[in-house]
Design a protein around this ligand. Sequence first.
Ligand code: HBI
Ligand code: FE
Length: 284
Amino acid sequence: MGQAPVVYGQSSRPPRGDYGRAGADYTCAQDVAAYTEQDHATYRRLYERQSALLPGLACRAFIDVLPRLGAKERIPRFDDINDSLCKATGWQIVAVPGLIPETAFFTLLADRKFPVTDWIRTPGELDYIAEPDVFHDLFGHVPLLFNPVIADYMQRYGQGGLKAEKLGHCEMLSRLYWYTIEFGLIREEQGLRAYGAGILSSGGELRYSVQSPVPRRLPLELKRTMRTRYKIDTYQQTYFVIDSFEQLFALTEPDFTPLYEELETLPEYGADSELLIAPARAAS
Ligand code: HBI
Ligand code: FE
């Protein structure tokens, strides 16, 4: 039992979380006993703060479905959520100690299992945390898994991820995930709204992403999005906008192999500029 701690991405310090309790698929039993009253109070405070921010900023589908999460006051048992989630879209949430390697992540998504980190940030990290904690995953990601179109898109993303891995194009595909599921915007009748989990679970980025004049907002277009780098430790300087979740799902219809081959030699866009940068691969 247990895995070597995952050193994920470029982070200089190993990710938080006790990976010794993870199985071969990187899932673990949700450590409910570890939650302190302070943990539950942090969760409640984050939930109350974010919920108050949603009107006029979060997409209609998220606002309508959030009550089905059914956990406002305390960090819930994941099994309690799985009862209703599984009935709704066949998804279930599984506990993980934190960020997990891409193969494990894609494999779980392809099997309609969403990995939810089971620890919560400290009160001092209320406004920003570098890695996904239970609040980011539960409040940011899980509600839209009740939405059938997003539920299908997420499974397609997992299946696509396993293919991309074999082709060596995880980076390009992870940009699609980043600029949709994590930081996506959608155009509604009343204007732009957020549907990305990284925005919906953020105290400051929710308003910034929808209302600030600073960031660039472009229509989601596979070639542009997959060539746009991203930063994980600042507000996004580029957001991509869709017109509907159906549009997002339709993007996943074609096989991405020819797209990867076309894009791999093209210059890339910086996260915060139109500057074209030669792709790392071309340089090698
Ligand atoms: N692991 N637990 C967890 N949660 C994520 O959202 C996650 C991950 N590992 C990799 C990852 N996301 C992204 O790099 C995907 O694009 C692969
Ligand atoms: Fe996330």
